[in-house]
Design a protein around this ligand. Structure first.
Ligand code: FAD
Length: 489
């Protein structure tokens, strides 16, 4: 089903549905990938689900937008979980649950790192090719490199042998323990450990350790010492096992397909439905209230909004679960991003350019600094249908905090946006693509304020990050809350 048709249908539904509505098994606040997977999993089991989305299309950070013949990914472009093997292909499984399958294009290189001292490393799809390239740059650390990534594989293989639905659901994990005790014990051993500590057991060269920091930073926005080993292993191995696969037509197709599947199952999605509070009755989440006054009631309420939006805005202070206070002691909001979406003339990119790049030119110390490192995706290298003929898409982003963009007049805000974006583009021009600026045909810049507005994420945050060095995944909360009938996804 075309998304515009879904929107039209729901505009009609909005007109009819004034007032109060009940009879749902579950309400899901938000149609990001998390919300849609939760909704479709329930719908296929026969639940009547209502998804309420503030924006006009589904997908959130994994959504899309169209301008001047370009289809841009809002956020995600490096897609994990999209293979046809193993147990960790969670996107493939989520789509299959509602009878959908998307055509994907295998990405030969997960990411091409461009690092200080002109260190260039391609993470090839084939593990052996990646290891050969990395160890050729650091032959003196060959053994340590093999041992570190070898430990990652031990964890990955344990995870991949489980029927992985959730690492955050205690009863589910308990059940898995009896089916696969050895694998569960392996995971339990690594549960409190971080990737940086394990890397230091084997590797001494600070440059290799910094490389592993960059490996972790691109998925977690923190260095390896702060990244749980289980999380690191999942991504550092799945990129070789299942590979990175780009969906034909753009990442937004995943949310579109899940939405279609949801509606086919007899459940509903409403757009322009801004939930402003979760209704609590006797300590139970029983429904939600929208900004236009409508109320919806259900047996279960699931929030796909961030923790800060759920617990800071949708629930009143007195309704905050105790575990949330504990969570906020360990985790803080990660910064947001400055994003630049560009359409450029194809000639500016060499034909063998990789799809995904990570650039940190001069100093490892800048890795985690705002605007320090640059992420770049060129999805048209894999799927040319996303741009007009003879054009490529560049999606560039770098970490940035909302505080940097507050208190400016509209004029100063616009000037600053152009200035900061121009510096980032100049860096890419100098490092990767001479003539880049002159080749720009389309450009749109988004700040943390843009992320906050269109993704409804507090301060535009990427998500939680540990305040200090976490005890691996041990401090991570489960996905239920102390409130009865309330869940997070
Ligand atoms: C720039 C960028 C690049 C990224 N790149 C990658 C990548 O390459 N690979 C990767 O795996 N991940 C990447 N990510 C991360 C990935 O996109 C996110 O982790 C994932 O999409 C988050 O999904 P979600 O469902 O948890 O939340 P979201 O995508 O934030 O969805 C939440 C939804 O809830 C809605 N909502 C919130 N509050 C309300 C409310 N009160 N009422 C109604 N609706 C509400 C929002 O509008 C939104 O649609 C990237 C993220 C960004 C921002």
């Amino acid at each position: 089903m075309d998304v515009s048709k879904v929107v039209e249908k729901d505009d009609v539904a909005e007109g009819k549905n004034k007032g109060s509505h009940s009879g749902y098994d579950a309400i899901v606040i938000g149609s990001g990938i998390g919300g849609l997977v939760a909704a479709t999993q329930l719908a296929v089991k026969g639940a009547k689900v209502l998804v309420l989305e503030k924006y006009v299309i589904p997908g959130g950070s994994s959504g899309f937008y169209e301008r001047d013949g370009y289809t841009f990914d809002v956020g995600s472009s490096v897609m994990f979980g999209f293979s046809d093997k193993g147990n960790l292909n969670l996107i493939t499984q989520a789509l299959a649950a509602v009878g959908c399958k998307m055509e994907v294009i295998p990405d030969p290189t997960t990411v091409h790192f461009h690092l200080p001292n002109n260190l260039s490393v391609k993470v090839h799809r084939e593990y052996d090719d990646f290891i050969s390239e990395l160890t050729s740059k650091f032959p003196h650390e060959k053994e340590g490199i093999l041992k570190f990534y070898g430990e990652c594989w031990k964890i990955f293989n344990a995870l991949n042998s489980l029927e992985l639905k959730s690492l955050e659901e205690p009863i589910y994990l308990f059940g898995q323990f009896f089916k696969k005790p050895v694998e569960c014990l392996t995971l339990a051993y690594y549960l409190p450990q971080n990737a940086g500590t394990i890397a230091r057991n084997y590797i001494k060269d600070p440059e290799v350790l910094s490389f592993i920091d960059a490996e972790c930073f691109i998925v977690s926005t923190v260095n390896a010492l702060q990244t749980p080993m289980i999380n690191a292993s999942m991504v550092l191995c799945d990129r070789h096992f299942g590979g990175i696969n780009y969906p034909v037509g753009g990442v937004g197709g995943i949310a579109k397909s899940l939405t279609e599947g949801l509606v086919d199952q007899g459940s509903e999605i409403l757009y322009k439905a801004n939930v402003t509070s979760i209704i609590i009755d006797n300590g139970k989440a029983v429904g939600v209230r929208l900004s236009d006054g409508r109320e919806f009631f259900a047996k279960t309420v699931i929030s796909n909004a961030t923790r800060w939006d759920t617990f800071g805005k949708l629930l009143k202070k007195q309704d905050l679960p105790k575990e949330e206070e504990a969570f906020q002691k360990i985790y803080v909001k990660a910064p947001s991003f400055l994003s630049i979406h560009m359409g450029v003339k194809s000639e500016v990119l060499p034909p063998d350019t990789d799809c995904h790049h990570f650039v940190l030119e001069d100093d490892w110390k800048n890795l985690e600094e705002p605007y320090g490192s640059i992420f770049l995706s060129i999805p048209t290298m894999l799927d040319s249908s996303l741009a007009p003929k003879g054009r490529h898409i560049l999606h560039i982003f770098t970490t940035s905090s909302i505080e940097d963009w507050q208190g400016l007049s509209t004029k100063d805000y616009e000037i600053k946006k152009e200035l900061v974006a121009d510096k980032i583009i100049s860096r890419l021009e100098n490092k990767l693509f001479p003539g880049l600026k002159a080749s720009i045909e389309f450009k749109e810049v988004g700040t943390p304020k843009t992320h906050r507005r269109y993704l409804a994420r507090d301060s535009g945050t990427y998500g939680p990050m540990p305040r200090g060095v976490p005890k691996g995944l041990l401090g991570m909360p489960f996905n239920t809350t102390d409130l009865k009938r309330d869940h997070l996804c």
